[in-house]
Design a protein around this ligand. Structure first.
Ligand code: SF4
Length: 273
C-alpha cells in the first residue's frame, strides 16, 4: 500500500486540498480527515469519500447518550402514541402479501391494488384459487408485478404445504418464503405478531445514519445498531416512528429540520437549524 511512499503528502496539501472544497459541510470534511489520519499515508484526494458523505454513512458523529435516545423516542411517542404502518391488510397473510408487493413501490400504490385483491383473496387457498394470471391483473399497476405475482402464488403454495396455511412466526421461516427477505420478515413479525423487530427500509436507513442514532453501511448494520440502542419500552413502535419521521419530516432531498421534533438532538452536520 502507499503507506510509506506518501508519508509527506498530506501535510503538503493541508489547507488547500479537496477537504476545503466541501465548504460548509465541515462535518464530513473532518470525518474524511480522520480517516486520512488512520490510514495516515493516503493522499488527501483519497480521503474525500463523496458517496459516503451524501448518504450520511461513515461519519464520525458523537454517539447519542442513553438519555438523549430516551428523550427522542419519548417525543415521538408523545406526538404519535400508536403509530400505524400504512400498508393496508386484513390478517397476517394479507400483510405478508402487501409487504412482498411493496418492494420498490409506494405503500399508496400497493394499497390501491390490494384493496380489491384482498376482497377476493385474503387467504393462501383463495390466492391459489385465483391463480397467477388473474392475480397479475389485480397488481399490474405495481412495479415488477409479473415476478411479484409469481412469488405470491409460490409463497401461498408453500404456506399451505409447509405451514398449515398460516404465516409462520419465526424470521427464518418467513425468510424462506418466495419473495420475502429479512425486511419482510421483520415487518410481519412486528406488525402481525408484536415482536420487537426493526425493519430497516430506505427511510429508517437514512434517519439512523443522518441523525447518528445508529450509523451503518448496510441495512443489517443499522438494524443491529438500533436494536442495541433503542430502549425496550420503545421497541414495538420504533420501526414506525422512524419510518414516518423519514417519510414526512427527514425527507431525502429536503429534510424539514425546522419542524423536526428532534432537531436539537440530531447530529447531522448539514441540518438546517
Ligand atoms: S434535524 Fe433535519 S436532518 Fe436531523 S433528523 Fe431532523 S429533519 Fe432529519
Amino acid at each position: 500500500m502507499p503507506k510509506i511512499t506518501r508519508r509527506s503528502k498530506p501535510a503538503k496539501r493541508r489547507g488547500k486540498g479537496p477537504a476545503r472544497t466541501l465548504g460548509k459541510n465541515r462535518g464530513p470534511a473532518r470525518s474524511a480527515r480522520k480517516v486520512s489520519k488512520k490510514s495516515s499515508k493516503k493522499s488527501s484526494k483519497q480521503t474525500v469519500a463523496k458517496p459516503q458523505r451524501t448518504r450520511g454513512v461513515g461519519k464520525k458523529q458523537k454517539p447519542w447518550t442513553s438519555a438523549e435516545i430516551h428523550e427522542a423516542f419519548s417525543r415521538f411517542r408523545n406526538a404519535n402514541p400508536e403509530p400505524k404502518g400504512e400498508l393496508e391488510h386484513l390478517n397476517p397473510f394479507t400483510l405478508l402479501v402487501a409487504v412482498v408487493l411493496s418492494a420498490q413501490a409506494t405503500d399508496a400504490g400497493v394499497n390501491r391494488a390490494t384493496r380489491t385483491l384482498f376482497q377476493v383473496a385474503d387467504t393462501p387457498q383463495k390466492m391459489l384459487a385465483l391463480g397467477e394470471e388473474k392475480l397479475r391483473d389485480y397488481i399490474k399497476t405495481i412495479g415488477l408485478y409479473r415476478n411479484k405475482a409469481k412469488n405470491v402464488i409460490a409463497l401461498s403454495e408453500k404456506l399451505i404445504s409447509e405451514f398449515g396455511g398460516e404465516v409462520p412466526r419465526t424470521r427464518a421461516e418467513i425468510e424462506s418464503l418466495p419473495g420475502a427477505g429479512r425486511k419482510t420478515a421483520n415487518v410481519v413479525l412486528n406488525m402481525a405478531f408484536g415482536e420487537h423487530t426493526l425493519a430497516v427500509d430506505t427511510h429508517v436507513f437514512r434517519v439512523a445514519n443522518r441523525t447518528g442514532l445508529a450509523p451503518g453501511k448496510t441495512p443489517l448494520e443499522v438494524e443491529l445498531g438500533l436494536e442495541r440502542v433503542v430502549p425496550v419500552e420503545f421497541m414495538l413502535h420504533a420501526h414506525h416512528w422512524l419510518i414516518l419521521h423519514g417519510r414526512y419530516t427527514c425527507l431525502a432531498r429536503k429534510p424539514r429540520c425546522e419542524v423536526c421534533l428532534i432537531n436539537d438532538l440530531c447530529r447531522w452536520p448539514e441540518k438546517t437549524v
